[in-house]
Design a protein around this ligand. Structure first.
Ligand SMILES: *Cc1c(COP(=O)(O)O)cnc(C)c1O
Length: 381
């Protein structure tokens, strides 16, 4: 063999030698550390595994779907959308048709669809910090300008500030997490209605997404934004099976909105984005929603106990309607996070400087957390 002298010299294999978009240079893939430690309380999962009778039904549904995997899945998945509508009717009293429900691989993909359809170059997405760290990524990936207003010191939203931000930035998408991550703060319906009124006053209305990923954990008497849907065609309420449902591994998120808004998402979704296996898993799980959600009350109680314990030990803790608590404040939060990790307890270093977030786990896991925190930060109290 002779050397091929017509071939150009080999180019480098580093990312710098590839035509990566300028705005992505230096960016890192998002994600909390996935570490193998005894007590994992960092990504707000439900700590309880799926119950055996539900596992059996899911396995049967997957087996039934498997023989049909030579075919593409149902692209419109109206059966699953009907099941999700039925679930929301029971959970929140919402009256929805299947055409008012959309689903994707996690609510992250659902919200990416929203930004793909309603964001884009020359457009703005607005949210209020501190909030979910994935929102700016949807904006970046869809070339949408990203703007944040701020939450008050107690992490609630000041209505006047919210109105002013909307009038100033004229967003086409407003993202409101309620209960908010990482603070746990739920928004009163009056605040969401004020946002809807403010965007209705814009020349070009915005779509308002209320991200209720933790909605099932809200305290008694805290309403869902689903109540506002009948009166607002530009409102989308996003939910997920990743948290309360104990199904983070299945990757199923969904939203409820007016049929026209859902139709816009159907334009930008990839064909067959929701696999036949995912659809089968979700539908089997929804047949057991009562069983899957039976741990929610226990987790809410433990959340309230955890907040109380932290406050009793001298910490500041944000009011929480979710399955986690944001607490602080620490001069060196990283040292506390590290100290807990060395004791086998993984929590999340997130939120405003000085604060840490702990997900609500099992009784034993929370005991391990309290013990580790007392050891690491013993000078308190
Ligand atoms: C966890 C979480 C989600 C859910 O993400 P999935 O993609 O459905 O797993 C959505 N929004 C917020 C604020 C979250 O914390």
């Amino acid at each position: 063999m002779t050397t091929d002298t017509t071939r150009p010299p080999a180019r480098g294999t580093a990312l710098d030698d590839l035509p990566l978009r300028e705005d992505l240079r230096g960016e890192h893939p998002y994600g909390a550390p996935q570490l193998h430690v005894p007590v994992v309380l960092n990504v707000n999962e439900n700590p309880y595994p799926v119950a055996p009778e539900v596992v059996a039904d899911i396995a049967g549904a997957v087996a039934a779907a498997a023989s049909g995997l030579n075919r593409y899945p149902d692209r419109e998945f109206l059966d699953l959308r009907a099941d999700l509508a039925a679930f929301l009717r029971v959970e929140s009293g919402a009256e929805l048709t299947p055409e008012q429900v959309w689903a994707a691989n996690g609510s992250n993909e659902v919200m990416l669809h929203v930004l793909q359809a309603f964001g884009g170059p020359g457009r703005t997405a607005l949210s209020f910090a501190p909030t979910y760290s994935m929102y700016p990524e949807y904006a970046r990936d869809t070339l949408t300008r990203w703007v944040t207003g701020r939450r008050a010191d107690d992490f609630t939203l000041d209505v006047e500030h919210t109105r002013a931000q909307i009038a100033e930035h004229r967003p086409s998408v407003v993202l409101l997490a309620s209960p908010n991550n990482p603070t746990g703060t739920a928004l009163p319906l009056a605040t969401i209605e004020a946002v809807l009124d403010a965007v209705d006053a814009l020349p070009q209305r915005a779509v308002v997404v209320v991200d209720e990923a933790y909605g099932e954990f809200r305290r008694t008497g805290v309403p869902s934004a689903l109540e506002l849907l009948p009166r607002h065609g530009n409102l989308a309420v996003s939910r997920t099976m990743s948290k309360a449902f104990s199904l983070a591994g299945a990757r199923v998120g969904y939203l409820a909105a007016a049929p026209a808004l859902v139709d816009a998402l159907r334009i930008v979704r990839l064909p067959y984005h929701l696999s036949a296996v995912t659809q089968a898993v979700a539908r089997a799980a929804l047949r057991h929603s009562t069983t899957l959600l039976s741990t929610v009350d226990e987790l809410r109680r433990r959340r309230d106990e955890t907040v109380e314990w932290l406050r009793g030990n001298g910490y500041r803790v944000a009011d929480s309607d979710a399955n986690f608590a944001l607490f602080g404040t620490f001069a060196d939060r990283h040292a506390v996070w590290q100290g807990l990790l060395e004791r086998g307890v993984l929590i999340r270093e997130t939120g405003p400087d000085g604060w840490l977030r702990v997900s609500i786990g099992t009784e034993q896991e929370m005991a391990a957390f309290r013990q580790a925190l007392t050891e690491v930060d013993g000078e308190k109290k």
